[in-house]
Design a protein around this ligand. Structure first.
Ligand SMILES: *Cc1c(COP(=O)(O)O)cnc(C)c1O
Length: 392
């Protein structure tokens, strides 16, 4: 739980793993297992009567440091570091569900989350209902006697639709359901679903938490109650984060507040530029007053986030021409990187959805998604401007 009063301090000093040598910079504990001083100590640690490390599939000082800092940042009790964001999302679902259960999910989801819900869960007899992100009544109406869990992503990828988290928690409480929130797009700096009552918070640490496109990683955090089943499932099935990756990600957290401030400042400026630019059909950014859920964004999010999505006039061909004319911005699906990145969701990240599914979440052929980086904003806007001009 929260150790220091301020986010910045928790990101840096929320936890620091040290060896016996008491170094200031945290070492990497590249070890698969840990030794005991006696047979009795080994027994007690395995019996969980005393704290102690035994085997790095369970935990390791580097994964502990990373996850304890994250718990302090999200304001929740417990967490688990995992190898990818998708391992976290999988762990938010599987440990809590049995055949015959039903879940409610927001319709605009990261494609792999959508694939788990539509392709994997049905094999185990688990059904789902999708609800449009802004359909508050729809979420209440979707609950069935066998509904166990709400799975929410907000802001959504790539449409930047928002779900009212306080409302979801209220509906879930009334119906005895768990709430899991994929918080990857916001990062803990922008919103803390756990403080609104969500039971589990999932992160793809690959994105803003790493922030420099170096490593995969994930985390699932939440109440001690919700995490008990998650911990059991994870220990047995083994989606563990490697010590080196945990070390990178824990270091990354130290600069998360500074980076998020800049990502959001640059994103806001790019969004404002695009709103007045020639050849742009629509711009989506939560903190633009033109966003249909602007009021909710201001209530729920501390800043608008680092992603801007927009539609370009002139159809698919113009879109691709525009992307091809960019000279600095990278064409890559990763996001949350210090380098500005662009992708065309309909033909890449969301190509696995059917045309109908894409339409339902407003992923048109003219939509591009930008992850706004930390370069100087004039260079970012300059590149976008010249690509718009040269792709007419
Ligand atoms: C990238 C992403 C994931 C998956 O994370 P990985 O680390 O790639 O497994 C899940 N949810 C959202 C919203 C993402 O952007």
């Amino acid at each position: 739980m929260k150790k220091y009063k301020h986010f910045e301090t928790n990101a840096i000093r929320g936890q620091m793993s040290r060896s016996q040598k008491k170094e200031h910079s945290v070492p990497i504990f590249a070890t698969s297992s840990f030794v005991f001083n006696s047979g009795e100590e080994a027994r007690a640690v395995f019996a969980e009567e005393t704290d102690g490390y035994m085997y790095s599939r369970y935990n390791n000082p580097n994964t502990d440091e990373f996850v304890e800092k994250l718990c302090a940042l999200e304001g929740v009790e417990e967490g688990l570091a995992v190898a990818t964001g998708m391992a976290a999302n999988y762990l938010a679902l599987m440990p809590h569900l049995v055949p015959g259960d039903h879940i409610v999910a927001s319709r605009s989801l990261f494609t792999s989350s959508h694939q788990i819900i539509t392709q994997i869960l049905p094999r185990f007899g688990i059904t789902h209902t999708y609800v449009d992100c802004d359909d508050n009544e729809g979420f209440a109406n979707a609950v069935q006697p066998n509904t166990k869990l709400f799975f929410i992503e907000t802001p959504s990828n790539p449409g930047l639709d928002l779900v009212d988290l306080a409302l979801i928690v209220k509906i879930a409480r009334k119906n005895n359901c768990l709430v899991a929130v994929d918080n990857s797009f916001a990062s803990p700096y922008i919103q803390n679903p756990g403080l609104l009552g969500a039971d589990m918070i999932c992160h793809s640490a690959t994105k803003f938490i790493d922030g420099q496109g170096r490593t995969m990683g994930g985390a699932i955090l939440g109440s001690a109650e919700a995490m008990e089943a998650v911990r059991f499932y994870s220990r047995q099935s083994g989606p563990t984060l490697a010590p080196f990756n945990a070390w990178v990600l824990s270091k990354s957290l130290e600069t998360l507040p500074l980076r998020m401030e800049k990502h959001c400042e640059n994103a806001m400026k790019l969004a404002e530029f695009l709103e007045s630019a020639q050849g742009i059909k629509s711009v989506r950014y939560p903190f633009l007053p033109s966003h249909p859920q602007y009021e909710l964004a201001k209530r729920q999010m501390r800043l608008g986030g680092g992603i801007v999505s927009f539609e370009i006039e002139g159809g698919y061909e113009r879109c691709i021409r525009f992307i091809d004319k960019l000279e600095m911005v990278s064409i890559t699906p990763n996001l949350g990187d210090s380098r500005t990145a662009i992708t065309h969701p309909a033909s890449t990240t969301h190509s696995k959805l059917s045309e109908e599914e894409r339409q339902m979440v407003n992923i048109t052929k003219e939509l591009v998604r930008t992850s706004v980086g930390l370069e100087h904003i004039d260079d970012i806007i300059g590149d976008v401007q010249q690509a718009l001009d040269r792709s007419k």
